[in-house]
Design a protein around this ligand. Sequence first.
Ligand code: ZN
Length: 233
Amino acid sequence: MDHGARALVLLSGGQDSAACLAWALARYGHVETIGFTYGQRHSVEMDARQRVREQIALGFPEWAGRLGEDIVVDLAGYGALAESALTRDVAFEMGARGLPNTFVPGRNLVFLTVAGAHAWRRGLTHIVTGVCQTDYSGYPDCREDTIEAQARALSLGLDAPVTIETPLMHLTKGETWALAQELGGDALVDLIVEHSHTCYRGVRDVRHEWGYGCGDCPACKLRANGWRDWRGA
Ligand code: ZN
């Protein structure tokens, strides 16, 4: 617990960032959120992040008082130069450099830099992000080394200490479900199942026990496998 601290959570509307928001609300006295648009193929996640905020405020009164402002930053220019399968209507596959074509080069570095600028303006000293190297999808900007270097770069460049917290870094997707259960019981698990969104294809009309999605894209498969690992344990 660090109830004197003020934090900024990178909230995309997915399972991981929803769990991170709960983690931050359980820990810090004041928590704000930031999201980014960068030409994603659908706006489903943007809707999901608003619902996650609203439902957390409704369902968890002790957290509601700590939940502060939200901002969505338009990074369309960045999205245009960093095209990937997340921003173009192409099939999901492995690319030539051994990275999945859902990789948006430098995405987390850009997000953390913009988050750092916003945090500096708002007096928020802790940035919380749901990056994870355990279910490593081949994204080098999710690695612990990358995040540590970015925290150091921000602290130097802003001339103010910036802490980047990555509560999911060493968790499997199954353990992320378990973390949600620990933080907020079945109510939080149900909230994340119902209101967070992970599917790359933006499917919201097919409901599985782990939530909505096509069930077939890489993001759905990770989420479904994590759910099964956790429930089967
Ligand atoms: Zn999917």
